[in-house]
Design a protein around this ligand. Structure first.
Ligand code: GLU
Length: 570
């Protein structure tokens, strides 16, 4: 490949002038050299990495984006470098309003806010901005014009129909599709043809003039994927679009931005790996030292409908969008910890040994990340992380979080909780002390389901309707008889052992077997076992089949409440 930037222009100087004037459309932009002078080398210690997270504002933030942002943050912090957020909004058709702010807010929520770029309070930090691509248009144009002047860019006036016809032709001949070689319709057009097209005011894109060959292999080292040996790029891709905005394509914008922002390592999703030979060639054509690339693995999921492992899909999996995590109110530390575990296999051991340490203290390893080929999102495991995290909170912290969540998301429950703060304190403290705290809250939106039944209004409205289902197959008469028997022996002042003895007595009198063997030998003689009896009592007390210890629940609820839930319904 010819890497020289000093070539004889292939276009006449008159055409170059006219193309430049058309692209600039009257605006006055600085020269490339003037722009370069503004973006001086960063004053950082040796070995410091400048990383960047470069999302497009398409209306949602993928959990994989948080994964990449987190990697950018770790690598920058651990090398005393800088982590930049750059918003890539050159594809105006895909842009969704409000996305820029959404991105910075969510980065903040996940604790991966950038050192430079848009912050969640809408301020912008850093000296290498603007950090939004649509505000950097002059820079892309200056570099594009540089390529035009050195013969490495040319205008292409092909219409959509002509391009589609070429692809069809390629398909019918079983050829690789794309704008290359003889299919590069305007690559070798004469100056007269170009002048005529300009005279006719035909729209044009500015294309890269590739000098690569598909038959020659290029070698580069990806920091995560290792040594790559792939065909050179030979596509003459568009650099500047044809509409009046004259925005760049991703390819040009990436190379210009990462060069000017002095990025040292480009972390991006592995879907960009195939474009890397093009980006290396483009950088070389601009006389820019190609970047170190680190293509991050795509997060997969086990298809919940039994389809095996597949890419996490925005359409099928609500958990692909981080809004889901925020809405469900998972503890962010747990999600981050889980993602760190996906990135570095040794994280789990570290986390177990240092449960209270700041996650930033973990020594992140690119090597370990390189060996985690396709991280798999296991929701069950993530929930376990979250439950552990919540179980570790102090009682005070836990109560605060519960109330804060209810205050904004469940006003009825909040009001009920606040109406009797002492009762609520006891409710929220159930089985939380001791070495084996209860782990039934994975996210704050679990709170109503876990604690709501303690409050009468919430109980009758949200839990009572589920009782019939929970006790499906048990006749109303049997339920009534079980409750009657239970209440006949119930003594609110009894201790736990006595309470349990009373329950056994009640079960027996209602026709339930206390002895499993007896039940097994003669099932027809019984209505069921002690567990079946207890289930009826539990469900009528709480509306649920699984709860903390029922004796404790009744003690906290108080006699009146127990009576009102289990007493005669006639
Ligand atoms: N803006 C690109 C995207 O969202 C990211 C590419 C990059 O990180 O360079 O896919």
């Amino acid at each position: 490949m010819n890497n020289s930037t000093q070539q004889t222009p292939r276009l006449s100087s008159d055409n170059i002038k006219r193309i430049t004037a058309s692209i600039l459309n009257g605006s006055d932009i600085p020269l490339r050299s003037e722009i370069e002078q503004q973006y001086v080398a960063r004053d950082l210690p040796a070995g410091a990495e400048v990383t960047r997270f470069a999302p497009s504002p398409t209306g949602f933030v993928h959990i994989g984006a948080i994964f990449t942002a987190m990697i950018c943050q770790y690598v920058a912090r651990q090398t005393e470098g800088i982590y930049v957020l750059r918003i890539e909004d050159t594809d105006k058709k895909r842009e969704v309003e409000g996305s820029k702010d959404l991105i910075s807010r969510q980065l903040h929520t996940f604790g991966v806010e950038p050192d430079e770029g848009l912050q969640d309070d809408e301020s912008v930090t850093g000296d290498y901005g603007p950090y939004v691509q649509s505000e950097r248009k002059d820079m892309y144009l200056a570099f594009a014009i540089d390529l035009l002047n050195t013969g490495r860019a040319y205008p292409c006036f092909a219409t959509t129909e002509e391009l589609q016809a070429a692809v069809k032709d390629q398909q019918s001949k079983k050829l690789r599709p794309g704008y290359y070689g003889e299919w590069a319709l305007w690559r070798d057009r004469s100056d007269e043809d170009i002048a005529a097209a300009l005279d006719a005011d035909k729209p044009f894109v500015l294309r890269f003039r590739s000098e690569g060959s598909h038959d020659t292999r290029m070698v580069f080292d990806d920091a995560l994927k290792g040594r790559m040996e792939v065909p050179e790029n030979d596509l003459d891709v568009p650099l500047i679009k044809s509409d009046e905005h004259r925005l760049p394509t991703y390819h040009l914008a990436h190379v210009v931005d990462d060069y000017l922002m002095r990025v040292t390592i480009v972390f991006r999703g592995e879907e960009w790996l195939p474009s890397t030979p093009l980006h290396i060639e483009l950088a070389q054509a601009l006389g820019i030292q190609p970047f170190t690339y680190a293509h991050t693995p795509v997060i997969s999921i086990v298809d919940p409908s039994g389809g095996g492992k597949r890419k996490l899909s925005k359409r099928k999996d609500p958990e692909a969008d981080v809004a889901y995590w925020v809405q469900a109110a998972y503890p962010m530390r747990a999600i981050k910890a889980y993602l760190l575990g996906l990135a570095n296999s040794n994280f789990e051991d570290w986390y177990r040994e240092n449960p209270d340490a700041a996650l930033s203290e973990f020594e992140f390893s690119l090597k370990k990340l390189a060996s985690s080929r396709s991280p798999l999102l296991d929701m069950k495991k993530l929930e376990d992380y979250a439950k552990d995290e919540i179980a570790r909170l102090t009682q005070e912290h836990f109560n605060k979080e519960v109330l804060a969540w209810c205050q904004t998301h469940d006003h009825d429950l909040y009001d009920a909780m606040m109406a009797d703060p002492e009762y609520t304190k006891r409710v929220l403290a159930i089985e939380r002390g001791g070495d084996k705290p209860r782990k039934d809250v994975a996210k704050w939106s679990d709170v109503p389901g876990q604690f709501g039944y303690f409050y009468d209004g919430i109980f009758s409205e949200r839990f009572v309707p589920g009782i019939a289902d929970a006790l499906e197959g048990v006749s109303a008469d049997d339920q009534g008889a079980a409750l009657g028997a239970f209440m006949a022996t119930y003594d609110h002042t009894a201790d736990k052992d006595a309470w349990f003895d009373n329950m056994k007595q009640a079960a027996e009198s209602a026709g339930y077997a206390l002895d499993r063997k007896a039940l097994k030998a003669n099932p027809e003689n019984f209505k069921g076992g002690l567990a079946d009896f207890a289930k009826i009592i539990r469900v009528h007390t709480t509306g649920k089949t699984r709860t903390p210890d029922l004796y404790t629940i009744m003690q906290i609820m108080g006699l009146q409440r127990v009576n009102s839930r289990l007493g005669s319904s006639e």
